[in-house]
Design a protein around this ligand. Structure first.
Ligand code: ZN
Length: 55
């Protein structure tokens, strides 16, 4: 099961989201913006997805 984890991206945060969730990307982006004040652009998101799927 592939998950995006905040901690994998340098945040001291336990948030993680399952990629099986159809809205995972949007929820991850929203979380990052609200909680960390960091906005991922689509290029960065794609890199994250490639990395997560390779693992
Ligand atoms: Zn987080």
């Amino acid at each position: 099961m592939s998950k995006i984890r905040c901690v994998s991206h340098g945040f001291d945060c336990k948030f993680e989201i399952d990629l099986d969730d159809s809205d995972a990307i949007n929820r991850f982006k929203k979380h990052s913006k609200i909680v960390h004040g960091f906005e991922y652009n689509s290029g960065t998101i794609n890199q994250i997805l490639v990395k997560v799927r390779d693992n």
